[in-house]
Design a protein around this ligand. Sequence first.
Ligand code: NDP
Length: 795
Amino acid sequence: MATVAEIFQSMEYGPAPESEKEALGWLAKHERVFGHFIGGEWTEPGDVFDVINPATNQPLARVTNGTAADVDAAVAAARAALAPWKGLAGHARARHLYALARGIQKHARLLAVLESLDNGKSIRETRDIDVPLVARHFYHHAGWAQLLDSEFPGYEAIGVVGQIIPWNFPLLMLAWKIAPALAAGNTIILKPAEFTPLTALCFAEIADEAGIPAGVINIVNGHGDTGAAIVNHDGVDKIAFTGSTEVGRIIRKATAGSGKKLSLELGGKSPFIVYDDADLDSVVEGVVDAIWFNQGQVCCAGSRLLVQEGIADRLVAKLRARMEKLRLGSPLDKAVDMGAIVAPVQLERIRGLVKHGVDEGATMWQPTWACPTEGCFYPPTLFTDVQPSSTIAQVEIFGPVLVTMTFRTPDESVALANNTPYGLAASVWTESINLALDIAPKIKAGVVWVNSTNLFDAAAGFGGYRESGFGREGGREGMWEYLKRSHDGLTPVVGVARTSRKASSRKAARGAMPAIDRTPKLFIGGKQARPDQGYTKRILSPSGEIVGESPEGNRKDIRNAVEAAQAAAGKWSRATGHNRGQILYYIAENLSARADEFADRIDAMTEVGAKLARMEVDASISRLFTYAAWADKYDGAVHSVPIRGVSIAMNEPIGVIGIACPDAFPLLGLISLAAPAIATGNTTIVIPSAPHPLAATDFYSVLETSDVPDGVINIVTGDRDALAKTLAEHDDVEAMWYFGTRDGTRLVELASASNMKRTWATWEERNWLDAEDGEGREFLRASTHVKNIWVPYGE
Ligand code: NDP
């Protein structure tokens, strides 16, 4: 045996295994076979599949593959539990969430070991990161349950939610999904990943012990088919999914037009940007946490190391030295840095992509120490000489593989960082706070960590841009994903009565108008533009009178409008809130000067009566004032996260937004949608009311005289659904709003899957005249992303 003196000489680690006894005991209690957890009961095991420990390739348990009938039963249980659960006082739900947090803490070690056995991740991470964060999520959301009525007035639970989670953070993803859903008053069907179902089952038992009412949380296991059955079930009101972009896209298409609310947390290829003044020793530890944490199986892993040219060689040398010291081995050894990859298929995928990288000509480096050959292990891997366009620089590898590229200037670093279809997270390393805070907003990602990486907390929202999905988890912003307006589906107080107006008064009004034939064009890039195909459509009033003509835009016009909106986007997003507000006031002023003319036009087109038409114009002016007011007031937040530092939640414009307006309220509908979008810094392509487009075409000259920069509002008239589909398919349109029919909603949601753009599509009518229904924070939220920028401080 080695003496203490000898141990000090070599400083070798001895094994420090965590006991698996309790976890195996828990499995044995269940005879290592599980049914589902539905309506507060375990179902009899059915058609089972094996759950394997990836570190040993030995089976751990057998779990039932959920059938459509199992999903039916779970949805029925959740539906039955909904009214009583939603009806509980916020305080009562808060106590339930608190009990869950306590239950997690009581069983923390069991959960940590079980997670490690099931997933292959190190006990150090499950014990010190995953499980404490799980408890933190339930505590934090107990708070939101308590504050629900006061902080989210006018909103209520969506209903029965289906949640589908991946295998990389099985219990943590469960908590991210379940805690906010419960706090808001929803009931749940959750499907864990087939590789890692065990901690969810253990959680079901803990929830039962904690007294969560039967049916509020239902756990159904199974493969992708089971997930699909949940997604497609008519009794589910919302789907929350975390996983691959590929499956996210399938789910987007499957739910299109169903009215189900959707949030997607998908893949990433996140940049880790190092400037030449960074503290390189901290950077090295940052890289370890960015890409070797959880074996790199992290959606926000810093998998692209972007280094300023002058320090690249020095950093790579330091990294290699550090990689030589990483320890990889049994996940239950408390002193390992890296455990096992989740499953053989994932290991093969990593091997395949690494080989591809080598074949593509990049230089691959791995430490000299030998990786275990039994079990699913893969060594930390570093690529240099990587081309930005190569597969390994573009594709999510989801393993411990880092690719390195260099840049010369900060501008180049931003271009390289954004050269990805994803936009989940980024790390920025520099000792210059000016540089860090200049770069952070320029990176298209939902989370930016300054001199840090992979920081998560229940108080700060997490989620992506672009193909990384939409929606946020955590914080106030995450709660919105599980709430809906309590007065959904209102019938407008002022219906679109087509025949209410008296013909005589209309004639008198129209008699006052100059009888000059006006043949409107489209409005693109600040100019009135002839439509590509030169067709116009005759616009009739409901009683059949000819009111005028309007051009029929087509996909080329949309293309031009998107180009104009894109060209204007950068400058407009950087305009100050004050400046944007001023322009909105100016539009209101110019509209007000022509209020009579607009009222008359609306009346002529819709025959709603002079009084109502005038109300519409007045409401439009007031709405412009509302968003002029908001332009410098839609503040972000500083989240209270448990680090020495701050997490700044910034409301950022989404970019280019396509807007298909409702048929009714031809002027007010347009202004209610375009004004919040531009107030928050977006540029827009607007498709006005298809039957009544002339208020929009009259509006061109208001825009022209109101200092609206070219391209900020572009207007294309024509067939709303066809144009909306084109916009939804366009990869340079970053969000699509659609207020039309159910068929159109489906069309838009389906088409949006091309670049996974955010959609706000609905066939529900709104009372646009109503201040609650037609304006406010709901519109501002739809216009913005929340970016969380984490800034630790201290010497
Ligand atoms: P998936 O996206 O396939 O799996 C995520 C979850 O969705 C699992 O519960 C899965 O079930 C379920 N699922 C699969 N197909 C469907 C479907 N058609 N409808 C509804 N649910 C479905 O990820 P994989 O596990 O297959 O991993 C593949 C790749 O995805 C990884 O290599 C990685 O690149 C990426 N990934 C990204 C994650 C992230 O957080 N960004 C997380 C996990 C993976 P089941 O487990 O039974 O297949």
